[in-house]
Design a protein around this ligand. Structure first.
Ligand code: HEC
Ligand code: HEC
Length: 475
């Protein structure tokens, strides 16, 4: 064999094995890499790291941000009340303020095992699609549980019965890295107790979800649709094993089907609609976009309870307040990365690409020129999400369908800011239901399309695992 032939054979085998090539792609930080949110990037890494306005927000516009913040943070009260601007809570609700779930503008968490105080986690409900619910299927993407609706509300105003309580119990499981090191995972089982309105439909599917962090959402809203769809490959025609499915969802304002971006299954198209649904579903507050509380026809006390509407039937949340809340949710700045040039962080970044994480956690986008707010336009951002749905396997399945998202599919969550989770929220519980107690546990739960990536991580040695975590913690 000539040397040249041997080299050729080696290269052929290397490419056939899908990149045995261990040469690092990154030997230095990329220009601007630390600024995850472009010019909106903020510089804080303590408990307030997720609570600052976009750095490029003009002082005059900061006032709207703080008024929006007050409606996000302060509790809403039961109607009738003298504080008419913020009354109308309930009749059924989960908690009285957005911030109780999106803690310090960060993520929520599941209740302690066995406890039934699931404040910052909510439970979506649905039954298999039935033709009688065609209108709901079109608008909500699912058939709600006939008596309890599409979400369990565990609180109610006096005189109305709460729907039930939620508990999570865990079974432990152990997986082993190739070097024999064990990793312990916990598999949740959801229990709904103290049902206030009788038994649920026998085929009810329940999906527990913790509140996601609030940073950079306006930037995600400003990613051009074409840029998101460019990564989609629902039929896996490229044969990579990674699909990337857009969720096509109902837009209440435009009265048509559009691309979904928000929520763990990308079932909400815009921040304004997501917020209107949160006001109605989580707190029982109506707005012009969502004109009814979450009472179903059998919940008569809920339907009969006084509401906080104005004398001429104005909704409980005025258009101006909804606008301010949406302005706020668009402008929570993304914190800058730490240690981008650190050798271990760079090694971890190379391992992130080697394992194929970037196939779903897309590192970079540029926002559109016509973003909803000028500060959010034309920004090079590094969210580490493709905003698409992926089959994550049976282990993570909730078996609940929302529009195009089936029971095994989840939207890739952004990873920016993930390293500050502990500093902001005082915990590190990840994935849609908070089952993972650390970033590594979250990675080890990856199955389905992400199984090859998970296998690569299982094969990493202790030094490589530490480098991968150093990279993720620098985000
Ligand atoms: C009971 C807890 C709870 C309350 C209260 C709550 N949220 Fe949420 N929020 C969630 C959960 C859980 C999700 C994910 C929903 C899903 O996947 O279906 C979410 C998602 C969101 C998102 C989308 C984030 C993303 O990354 O896709 C926004 C925006 C949001 N909420 C805003 C609000 C606003 C504004 C309020 C107050 C009006 C509010 N939320 C109140 C739990 C809550
Ligand atoms: C096939 C697409 C895909 C690949 C490949 C992938 N992920 Fe994910 N990742 C997801 C999805 C979808 C979720 C959300 C799953 C859930 O919540 O049930 C997720 C969740 C996460 C989370 C938790 C985020 C949070 O906010 O709770 C982390 C951390 C993470 N991935 C890191 C990685 C790393 C590191 C790799 C490579 C080893 C990787 N992912 C590969 C799709 C992917």
């Amino acid at each position: 064999m000539t040397a040249r032939f041997r080299l050729w054979l080696f290269l052929l085998m290397a490419s056939a094995l899908g990149g045995c090539d261990d040469a690092p792609r990154f030997t230095a930080a990329e220009p601007g890499e630390a600024r995850s949110g472009g010019a909106t990037t903020v510089y804080k890494k303590d408990r307030a790291a997720f609570s600052l306005p976009s750095a490029n927000l003009a002082p005059t516009r900061r006032l709207d941000f703080s008024v929006g913040n007050s409606f996000f943070r302060n509790p809403w009260v039961i109607a009738p009340s003298t504080t008419t601007a913020r009354d109308g809570l309930g009749p059924l609700f989960n908690t009285n303020a957005c911030q109780n779930c999106h803690i310090k503008d960060g993520r929520g968490h599941p209740p302690e095992p066995g406890a039934d105080n699931a404040v910052s986690m909510l439970v979506r409900l649905s039954i298999p699609d039935e033709p009688a619910y065609a209108e709901q299927i079109k608008r909500l993407g699912l058939t709600p549980e006939p008596v309890y609706g599409k979400q369990l509300q565990d609180m109610a105003i006096p005189g109305v019965t709460p729907e039930g309580k939620v508990r999570v119990e865990y079974d432990s499981m152990t997986v082993h890295f190739r070097d024999g090191t064990p990793a312990h995972l916990r598999r949740p089982t959801l229990q709904i107790t103290q049902l206030g309105y009788g038994a649920m439909h026998p085929q009810t599917r329940a999906s527990a979800r913790i509140a996601p962090p609030m940073i950079g959402l306006g930037l995600l809203e400003a990613i051009p649709e074409a840029a998101i769809l460019a990564n989609a490959d629902p039929e896996d025609s490229k044969g990579t094993g990674i699909t990337g499915t857009p969720n096509w969802v109902w837009d209440d304002a435009q009265q048509k089907t559009v691309l979904g971006r928000f929520g763990w299954k990308a079932s909400q198209p815009s921040l304004n609609q997501q917020n209107a649904h949160a006001l109605a579903g989580d707190m029982g507050l109506t707005s012009s976009l969502k004109s009814a509380d979450d009472c179903t026809p059998t919940q008569t006390a809920c339907l009969a309870a006084p509401n906080g509407e104005g004398p001429d039937g104005e909704p409980e949340v005025s258009d101006n307040i909804l606008r301010l809340i949406t302005f706020y949710t668009r402008n929570l700045g993304v914190p800058a990365r730490r240690d981008v040039s650190d050798a271990q962080v760079l090694a971890g970044k190379n391992l992130f690409f080697k394992a194929g994480c970037q196939q779903c956690h897309t590192p970079q986008f540029t926002t559109a020129a016509n973003a909803a707010e000028p500060e959010l336009a034309n920004q090079v951002i590094r969210p580490y999400t493709d905003l698409l749905l992926h089959d994550m396997g049976e282990g993570l399945a909730d078996n609940l369908t929302e529009f195009q998202a089936n029971g095994q599919q989840w939207r890739t969550p952004p990873l920016w800011g993930i390293g500050l989770t502990q500093a902001v929220g005082g915990h590190t519980q990840f994935l849609h239901d908070g089952r993972a107690r650390s970033i590594m546990e979250a990675v080890l739960w990856h199955g389905g399309e992400a199984l090859p990536a998970q296998r690569q991580v299982l094969a990493f040695d202790a030094q490589q695992r530490a480098a991968l975590l150093a990279f993720l913690n620098s985000l």
